[in-house]
Ligand binder design. Structure first.
Ligand code: CP3
Length: 333
């Protein structure tokens, strides 16, 4: 929390995106018994997964165990996590009139299980471990709604944006206002910070980001930012960083495609930064993990406002001992 506020800390805090995931045998054991959506919708179990992970890894923060996409179900999207395939939306939005099918949520009861998970995670951890809530950013959520799943190029989404500008802004507005309420509800439930994931927005160039995305990401972040630190995260295109900062964020999440200090210069000294180790270093040997982690910490040299993390999530193939090595190095071991 102090790093979010750019206050001095004894040591750089560390947590990892996807810290509780398929690379962990304990997680795979839970998943052998319960489907992914069922796990997300069982607050006690979802909280226990993250609490056990935080204790095992010794990280400094707990992101709640959930996903970007469950919020889309009560909005009208027919979501399924198909085994081995990732998320599928069976009724994707392809024409401008389809937008009517994706309704704004003013009442968040249908995703009350997320707020229950926040509260159970908070209750199960030491006071010194902040709980981070999260949501998908409007662009990344719109991408799933339009493509019907993950995509390499997000071409239906970008074509929709260009061909049906009014319908695009209508959809993005609905998503942004829903996400704004959702982040605030997670703060009400006990989250101390929230992260907005714009995982796939890097497929856009700066001019299109400014026109089609920025105002909506600002709407999504604004209310929560009055109350708590917000982490604004995107990947894939460092050229967007100044615009990402303009949209909002106490902390800007930085991926590995840019030097961290260069990124910090671009987003400005009034922001904190989170990142930015390449997740594939965790597929190398322990000496490499140690050396790359040290090099990043040496480079930042204790400047206040750095949260150590990967530039994107832990990959499922990652050996657990490499994750432990990263954290031990960050903790000065
Ligand atoms: O440990 C954590 O970081 C907390 C939990 C978390 C998950 N998803 C669990 C999950 C968080 C913060 C997310 C966010 C999320 N979900 C993102 C943004 C982060 C990113 O990677 O950019 C995105 C794009 C999604 C959508 C999503 N969820 C996809 C594309 C997939 C399938 C592919 C994959 O990499 O797993 C998921 C499934 C998912 N979300 C799993 C987990 C642990 C795996 C589900 C399983 O057990 O099979």
């Amino acid at each position: 929390m102090r790093a979010c506020r750019r206050e001095a800390v004894e040591r750089t805090p560390v947590w990892l995106m996807r810290q509780a995931g398929r690379y962990l045998p304990e997680y795979r054991r839970v998943r052998a018994q319960v489907g992914f959506m069922e796990l997300c919708k069982t607050p006690r179990l979802a909280a226990d997964v993250m609490i056990a992970t935080v204790e095992r890894l010794g990280v400094d923060a707990a992101i709640i165990f959930s996903d970007l996409l469950p919020i889309l179900e009560p909005m009208g999207m027919d979501l399924e996590f198909a085994a081995g395939e990732g998320p599928v939306i069976h009724n994707p939005l392809r024409g401008s009139t389809d937008v009517a099918r994706c309704r704004e949520l003013t009442d968040l009861d249908p995703v009350g299980f997320v707020m229950d998970c926040v509260a159970a995670t908070r209750a199960g951890l030491d006071d010194g471990i902040p709980v981070i809530g999260f949501a998908g950013a409007p662009f990344t959520l719109a991408g799933y709604c339009i493509e019907g799943g993950t995509s390499r190029s997000w071409q239906h989404t970008r074509a929709f944006m260009l061909r049906h500008e009014a319908a695009w802004h209508e959809l993005m507005g609905r998503l942004a206002r829903t996400v704004s309420r959702y982040l605030c509800a997670q703060l009400d439930a006990g989250a101390q910070a929230v992260q907005l994931f714009d995982s796939w927005v890097g497929c856009l160039g700066p001019a299109d980001y400014a026109r089609y995305v920025l105002p909506h990401s600002r709407t999504a972040l604004e209310a929560a930012a009055h109350r708590a630190p917000v982490i604004h995260f995107a990947t894939g295109n460092p050229a967007l960083l100044p615009l990402l900062a303009e949209a909002g964020g106490t902390v800007i999440g930085i991926d590995w495609r840019i030097d961290l200090l260069e990124a910090w210069r671009v987003v400005g000294p009034e922001r904190s930064v989170q990142g930015n180790l390449d997740p594939t270093i965790l597929l190398a040997d322990r000496a490499t993990v140690r050396q790359r982690t040290r090099a990043l910490l040496d480079q930042v040299a204790g400047r206040p406002g750095h949260i150590l993390n990967l530039g994107h999530g832990v990959l499922p193939e990652t050996p657990v001992e490499n994750v432990l090595e990263l954290i031990a190095t960050a903790r000065g071991g």
